[in-house]
Design a protein around this ligand. Structure first.
Ligand code: PMP
Length: 388
């Protein structure tokens, strides 16, 4: 379509027509029984998407950073020790949020392109008395995926709460909050959950709620206090009106539609589709001679890919790719910003968008003078997609 570009950045992403249609509907009162029903349904669906049957979901207006603060403000008391498993840019942000709320923060370090090993994290947890550990499931700056399952198991066995920043992961990467003993998993609407930006989404397990209830000091944030939001979430789920802050009515309705579409696809198929799409994307880029920021294949995320620019190509290629109809993102990690780019492939975007993206990358690279066999990237990705 003339002028139409597909948005293949790591959030916001392409949204389905049904989700966008919900956004355009007349706004209901936040205490209209029809809205109360939809809010209640959305909360119930979150438990299924997070695979956390016994946990408490929260839907609050705000971005992913608010979701981070919604976790930390309620779990941390001044002087508590927290360990941040460093995966890149957004782990640094989590450390800042922790310090803002009075935590003493240690970092499990990692080299660029790597994540800290599970054994190294276990050793750190055993060496000190930590209250919680934070893991970024997918670092959006590097396309690296952490070993959430293994890390959360170590945290649980050491009696430490685990908080997973799943902003670039939930509803795309495999996450089984209950089975993996993750205490809090959070995200934002604009990524694999598939709703325009504006909702902070968080699911807190029983141990996290227990730690909140056992606080000796008040929460040092008015807006983030679970004590303010819990009665609201409980009321909506019981299909009763409640108020603390006016909910983002149209976004919540769109969330209910999107979560319904996610569950219709099914979590297992959705995890597999994202993994396959990422493999196809990497095969295409490799065929053009590109490598990736993550040091190893098993560290590569399913929701985004971060390729190094090949020799002779720089960020100016991104506007050529955009002119070919696909919007990609530049580098974000401060140390390597100018040397790589990022492609988001999550949510409703699937095989069609991956092939269209590789086609636009081929044409953009060709316009930048890069030499390769026309169609090589598309063919390599198509082979992966067909094989499954
Ligand atoms: N954590 C991760 C892993 C992210 O990717 C992002 C956003 N890209 C955030 C946190 C912050 O989310 P937001 O920009 O919605 O505040």
């Amino acid at each position: 379509m003339r002028g139409k570009r597909i948005l293949m950045i790591p959030g916001p992403i392409e949204f389905t027509d049904e989700v966008l249609g919900e956004m355009g509907k007349a706004t209901l009162s936040h205490v209209d029984q029809r809205f109360i029903e939809e809010f209640g349904q959305a909360l119930e669906k979150m438990r299924k998407v997070w695979l956390a049957p016994g946990a408490q979901p929260f839907i609050v207006a705000g971005s992913g950073t608010l979701a981070m603060e919604l976790a930390i403000a309620n779990l941390v008391e001044p002087g508590d020790k927290a360990l941040v498993v460093n995966a890149g840019f957004f782990s640094d942000r989590m450390a800042d949020v922790l310090k803002t709320h009075g935590a003493e923060v240690d970092i499990a370090p990692s080299a660029l392109g790597e994540v800290p090993g599970v054994d190294a994290v276990r050793t750190m947890l055993k060496a000190d008395k930590y209250k919680l550990m934070c893991i970024t499931q997918v670092d959006t700056s590097t396309g690296i995926r952490s070993q959430v399952k293994e890390l959360a198991a170590v945290a649980r066995s050491e009696g430490v709460l685990s908080v997973v920043d799943g902003v670039c992961a939930v509803a795309g990467e495999e996450l089984r909050q209950d089975e993996w003993s993750v205490d809090v998993a959070l995200t934002a609407s604009q990524k694999a959950v598939g709703v325009p930006p504006g909702l902070a989404l968080l699911v807190a397990g029983p141990r996290a709620l227990g730690a909140f209830n056992a606080r000796k000091t008040p929460v040092r944030s008015y807006y983030c206090d679970w004590g303010k939001w819990l009665p609201v979430m409980e009321a909506y789920e019981a299909r009763k009106p409640a108020y603390f802050g006016t909910p983002a009515v149209n976004l919540v309705r769109a969330l209910n539609v999107s979560l319904g579409q996610i569950l219709e696809e099914g979590m297992e198929l959705r995890f597999k589709r994202h993994e396959l799409g990422a493999r196809a994307m990497r095969a295409g880029l490799k065929a053009m001679g590109m490598g990736f920021v993550p040091a190893r294949e098993d560290l590569c995320a399913s929701t985004l890919t971060a390729p190094w620019y090949p020799e002779g190509i720089d960020a100016s290629v991104l506007s050529r790719i955009a002119a070919e109809g696909v919007v990609l993102a530049g580098g974000l990690h401060p140390e390597i910003k100018a040397r790589y780019f990022r492609i988001g492939h999550m949510g409703a975007s699937g095989a069609t968008e991956i092939l269209a993206t590789l086609g636009a990358i081929e044409r953009g690279f060709a316009a930048s003078g890069y030499r390769f066999g026309a169609g090589e990237a598309v063919a390599a990705a198509q082979a992966v997609l067909i094989k499954g």
